[in-house]
Every structure is written in structure tokens, then in C-alpha cells.
Design a protein around this ligand. Sequence first.
Ligand code: SAM
Length: 294
Amino acid sequence: MNKDIATPNRTKEILEKHGFSFKKSLGQNFLIDPNILRNIVSHADLTDQTGVIEIGPGIGALTEHLARSAKKVVAFEIDGRLLPVLEDTLSPYNNVEIINQDVLEADLNKVVEEQFSGYDDVVVVANLPYYVTTPIIMKFLLGKVPIRAMVIMMQKEVADRITASPSTKAYGSLSIAVQYYMDAEVSMIVPKTVFVPQPNVESAVLKLTKKAEAPVEVIDEDFLFEVARGSFVQRRKTLLNNLQSSMRDGKAKKEQILEAFEQIGMDPGRRGETLSIEEFGKLANALHGEFKKA
Ligand code: SAM
């Protein structure tokens, strides 16, 4: 087996050889601990039939571990300066394709269709650029990209928000949007010391696994998320107050909102943070019906 990229010495050697300097604005914190990488990869349950999408390969630390276990790895890297580096470090692997593109600009369904045609198993594995963690996750979920799971490193604080349960401080519209599609669990907490340069925040690896079916049947998913966002605009306010000021640009009628609560037998004086996803689903469906009448 080839020598791991992710050791402090080898990483330093590669960076010096290519005269590479980190761009903080691109969230460039590279992993220098092979044990962490093995651990991340083990949570992805890869087989030699799995297709992997990676976001931000950097100098290839995680990519090479993925290439050793999966059938094929397709990695999006925004920073063109890393292309010659990756060509060098990943030269022993013939099952890696680098796409020099901002993942947020990519047509992910098309990429899956073209790169993983005939694959039964596609997963996302990444040490994410932290400044775009949420948009990247939501792009995969809202775009209904056909993946089994995501095993992703992110700020611990965001992982806590995604996995939060009702009636906790971290619970909010992000918990609802992600948990609507995926089962979410923190696989491990990761110290700052395994990165170069070290980030300012604690990190965690989160495993998201696609739910077999949605936890609640909703008329309109986007509307559910709009209701969820609107319910948390001011956490200390009641649902009625928050929804009245947020729905329909603040033009929703109080009577209509109250009518929706009445229909489902829910107290409009509750706070958003106490509602389960199922309850948000019911509320969204009732509000949807009321607003359609107007
Ligand atoms: N995978 C490497 C590792 O673990 O050592 C590097 C991870 S580093 C946290 C994030 C990587 O994502 C960087 O290589 C950065 O250039 C890249 N990146 C940042 N924004 C991106 C975007 N919008 N699309 C694709 N790649 C991006």
C-alpha cells in the first residue's frame, strides 16, 4: 500500500514540493491523521461496488482512503491550484475523477447519472469546507440526489443542530429540514489537532442515512420548511406570533392561522421548539389548506 498522505510529515512535504499556501476563505483545513480517516471511511460502509462523491479533496488525504475501498470516487474541488497536486498524490489510483468546480454550482443528479450509471450504491463522504456546510447538505437533500448516506465532517455546533431533538436549545429549522429526509447521528467528535492549519472550532463527523420513508406526509415539502423557518424567527415567541409575522410576508390573516391550529387541535400558544417533525407536518398541511382558500 502507498504511504499515507495524511501524516504531518508527508503533508508538509507535499505542500512544500508544490509551494501550496492555504486559503482560509475556502475552508482549507487538511487532515493529517490517518486513524481519523480510517474511522470516517469505516462509517461509510463502502464496498468495491460503491460510488463515492467527495467534496473538497484538498491534497487527497481522504480521497486515497476512499479510492482504496470504493469502486470509484468523484471529487469536486473548487481550487484549481490543487489540481496538479492531486494529479501527483493520487497517481497510484485509477478510480478517482476530480471535477474542478464549485459543488454548489454542479448539476449533482447529472453527475450521478453520468459517473455512476448502473451503481446501486452511492454515498457522499467529505471533510466539508465549513463556510458552506449547510448549503452543501441541503443541495443534496432538496435536489433528491440518489444517495444512500452522507458521512461528513463539519463544525460540531452544526452537527449538534442537525441532530437535535425537540425542546432543546439546538433544535431548529435545520434539524427539521435534515431529519425530514435523513436519520442523523454523530459518529465521532474530532479534536482540532488533527488538522493543518487547526480550525477555530471543534469538529464532528456526522452520518446521515436516507430514511426509507418520510416521517410525515406533506402536501408541499418547501412549504413545510417555510413554516419551520417561520416558527423559529424569534425563539421565545409563540407559534401564532411567529407565523403571523413570517408567513406570506407578514400578510397572513390571524383568523386563518388560528383556523389551521383549530383543525389539528394544536395550541397556537406553543413555541416552535416544542413541535416534532410530525407536528410541523400537520401544521404545514393545515396552513397550506387555509392559505389556498384565500
Ligand atoms: N479533504 C481534504 C482533507 O480532509 O484534508 C480537504 C478538506 S478542506 C476542509 C475543504 C476542501 O474543500 C478544500 O480543499 C477546499 O479548497 C475545498 N472547497 C471549498 N469550497 C468548495 C466548494 N464550494 N466546492 C468544492 N470544493 C470546495
